[in-house]
Design a protein around this ligand. Structure first.
Ligand code: LLP
Length: 418
């Protein structure tokens, strides 16, 4: 559950700012982020790793708003990026390239060049072809490429199948055997440094055990490489630390750190993690207004002004987000169960189903845990404008992304209209 505001409160606030005031000022739908919640999550995450030599690299894909990246940079985090544009965003927000790891299976030559010239900590390669390309580009640039190899440890995790990445049927990483040969190749090349070994098992994991197993598997490879004279500097165990959306347990960070500390202590390796959701999901709330209600023979619908283009997770992953009535607007409210749906012409446009809430036309609803994988997954489907984003900091509220307008959409096409 979001720690930011009490959904049972009659007039809920984020950091003392009333949700209804945010909606009045910026309109709806609007994504609201809480700075204190982001700070609290970063602090909690960093503290959990105690004395370990640890660099948390915030996974930019979870939320790449410049103001959020800037907050992370100010807290000293590194960044995990998966495209040249994500790297550019990090740099524009004041992030430090020497704390950036560059992941992903499809890096392009120009993206590798950009990472090399920016001076990233590590380029995590995921195939022989990508490794060769990195060596080629490094030779041309005259810069030694800092290379890590992402291993596919063939470990299944319990999460939605679309976001499980650690078993061998997925496109991610290379086998342990291949990792050994690629890192030996990088080490032997005058154009690279073999800096690390990496993995990422999946997202929204609640159990630490598979990650601990992956850690020990990767450390065996580190030992094997050491025996071949290849000394690595870092081990990157990826992200995937799950949060509580409904009533699932949050990922057991303390248990995880206790278990991997046993393996890592005294090895002189830097531990890199790539937390995305854990740092930012709970800090975001989507505010949406009930346009009208509608009752069919079978269901009662609250039609709201947010839709699947704004919040894709329920349609794409059957995700559950807590919905509360942030500001009941009348005494005419009817009890549920409610289907909370958007205006888009798809039955998949259901943000929440079967919710027991008292709702009336005009009410302001808040949808929790929308800080991660909400804004970044949004689209212009049905020619809808992307939502405004607001950061609440102490008792002030600040626009950090203005609401799109139709001209923003048209500008890419009107010059070509005949
Ligand atoms: N590192 C790598 C290499 C990743 O692929 C990901 C996420 C992360 C780190 C961060 O994972 P996190 O700590 O946020 O779980 N759109 C989906 C989640 C996709 C995750 C993709 N990779 C969702 O809304 O649940």
């Amino acid at each position: 559950m979001s720690l930011m505001h009490d959904p049972n409160s009659v007039d809920p606030t984020i950091e003392g700012v009333r949700l209804r005031d945010i909606a009045d000022r910026f309109g709806t739908p609007t994504l609201v982020y809480s700075r204190s919640e982001i700070d609290a999550r970063v602090t909690r995450f960093v503290r959990a790793f105690g004395e370990l030599d640890h660099l948390p690299c915030y996974a930019v894909k979870a939320n790449n708003n410049l103001s959020i990246l800037s907050l992370m940079a100010k807290r000293g985090t590194g960044f995990d990026v998966v495209s040249g544009n994500e790297l550019e965003r990090v740099l524009r927000a004041g992030g430090d390239a020497s704390k950036v790891v560059f992941s992903g299976v499809g890096k392009l030559a120009e993206e590798i060049d950009f990472a090399l010239f920016a001076g990233v900590l590590s380029i995590n390669v995921e195939s022989s072809d990508e490794c060769e390309l990195a060596l080629e580009r490094a030779a041309l640039a005259g810069i030694k490429a800092p290379l890590s190899v992402r291993v596919n440890p063939d470990i299944r995790v319990s999460t939605h199948p679309y976001i499980a990445t650690g078993d061998k049927t997925t496109k991610f990483g290379v086998s342990a055997e291949k990792a050994l040969s690629l890192l030996s190749r990088a080490d032997a090349s005058p154009h690279a440094r073999a800096v690390g070994i990496a993995c990422h098992l999946g997202s929204q994991m609640t159990d630490a055990e598979p990650l601990v197993r992956a850690c020990s598997l990767l450390l065996n490879l580190v030992d094997e490489l050491q025996a071949r004279g290849v000394a690595l500097e870092l081990i990157d165990l990826g992200g995937g630390f799950g949060i509580c959306y409904e009533n699932e347990p949050e990922f057991g960070l303390d248990e995880y750190v206790r278990a991997i500390s046993g393996h890592l202590t005294g090895r002189g390796l830097k531990l890199v993690t790539e937390p995305g959701r854990y740092l930012i999901a709970n800090a975001g709330t989507l505010l949406t207004r009930v346009i009208r209600t509608k009752t069919s023979d079978a269901q009662r619908f609250a039609i709201v002004d947010a839709a699947m283009n704004d919040l894709m997770r329920p349609s794409l992953y059957q995700a559950w987000h807590r919905v509360s009535n942030a500001c009941p607007s009348s005494d005419e409210a009817s009890d549920g169960p409610w289907e909370i749906v958007g205006p888009i012409c798809e039955t998949a446009d259901t943000l929440a189903s079967g919710r027991e809430l008292a709702i009336a036309k005009g009410d302001l609803l808040s949808i929790d845990a929308c800080g991660a994988y909400v804004s970044v997954l949004s689209s212009n489907y049905n020619a809808r404008n992307r939502v405004a984003e607001v950061l609440v900091d102490a008792d002030s509220m600040r626009l950090v992304r203005r609401r799109e307008c139709l001209n923003d959409q048209l500008a890419l096409e009107t010059p070509f209209l005949e």
